[in-house]
Design a protein around this ligand. Structure first.
Ligand SMILES: Cc1cc2nc3c(=O)[nH]c(=O)nc-3n(C[C@H](O)[C@H](O)[C@H](O)COP(=O)(O)O)c2cc1C
Length: 225
């Protein structure tokens, strides 16, 4: 038997993984970055084959990791975690620094960054697991705490989309409540659920300029579920 709730007890952080060069870069939100060896310091980053970013990492052989803090703007999750660079330039308007290898590093809401050169790539089915050797790293802000995936899910009420390795189909977890006066509304961009019962407020009563707390999408982008 597989209890999908058990998978939530694995801990992760949340990062923007970027790749490319000074002419063109792209990045995605990842919760699957972790250190695999100390000497030399090497890190794994797991990237869905369908992510636009996968092409950048494969082509350039480098990636950066921006470590996000607990109060990271929902726009950052919206831009890098729910939208693809295939559709627009994600780096436009962002604060970017270029690493020693020329890889773009997103500084918005970053409290530290790593820059890694790919030394091995493993095909793990739906995803590619890149192993990168550390070239450079720096703390940018030691006053703020890094965000964990648990905090993102429980406090920010965030969800991971299908391309995330840790995506869990909600139907495997929840039984649908019936006969309740309260309704649930789902953000069509990021999947966030506004639950009237939990929030104590009808969705219709939210102000018109209310936006999704996870990805910044507007009220009209929600559907009743
Ligand atoms: C909380 C969260 C965690 C995610 N973790 C991963 C991950 O570890 N690996 C991955 O490939 N995608 C992950 N994703 C999904 C990608 O960020 C998303 O598919 C993104 O739009 C890909 O952008 P791109 O096509 O521009 O590369 C995650 C998204 C969120 C919101």
């Amino acid at each position: 038997m597989i209890d999908f709730e058990a998978l939530y007890s694995i801990s992760y952080g949340l990062y923007i993984v970027c790749s490319g060069d000074k002419t063109k870069g792209n990045g995605f939100i990842s919760n699957t970055v972790f250190q695999v060896t100390a000497e030399p310091a090497r890190f794994a980053a797991c990237c869905n084959k369908d992510n636009y970013s996968a092409q950048f990492i494969q082509k350039s052989g480098i990636f950066s990791v921006s470590v996000l803090h607990k109060d990271t703007s929902p726009d950052i999750f919206g831009r890098f975690g729910y939208k693809s660079g295939k559709d627009f330039d994600k780096m436009e308007g962002m604060q970017i620094r270029y690493g020693e290898t020329g890889v773009p590093i997103v500084l918005n809401d970053a409290i530290a960054f790593l820059e890694c050169k790919v030394v091995q790539t493993f095909d793990v089915g739906t995803h590619l697991l890149f192993i990168g050797e550390l070239v450079q790293s720096e703390v940018l802000n030691d006053a703020l705490e890094p965000i964990t995936y648990l905090y993102y899910r429980q406090i920010k009420k965030g969800v991971a989309p299908k391309n995330a390795p840790t995506y869990v189909d909600k139907s495997k977890l929840e039984k649908t409540a019936t006969g309740s006066a309260f309704k649930k509304f789902k953000c069509t961009a990021c999947g966030y659920i506004y639950d009237e019962a939990k929030e104590g407020k009808k969705f219709a009563d939210l102000p018109d300029d209310w936006v999704c707390p996870i990805c910044g999408s507007e009220k009209e982008d929600f559907i009743e579920v």
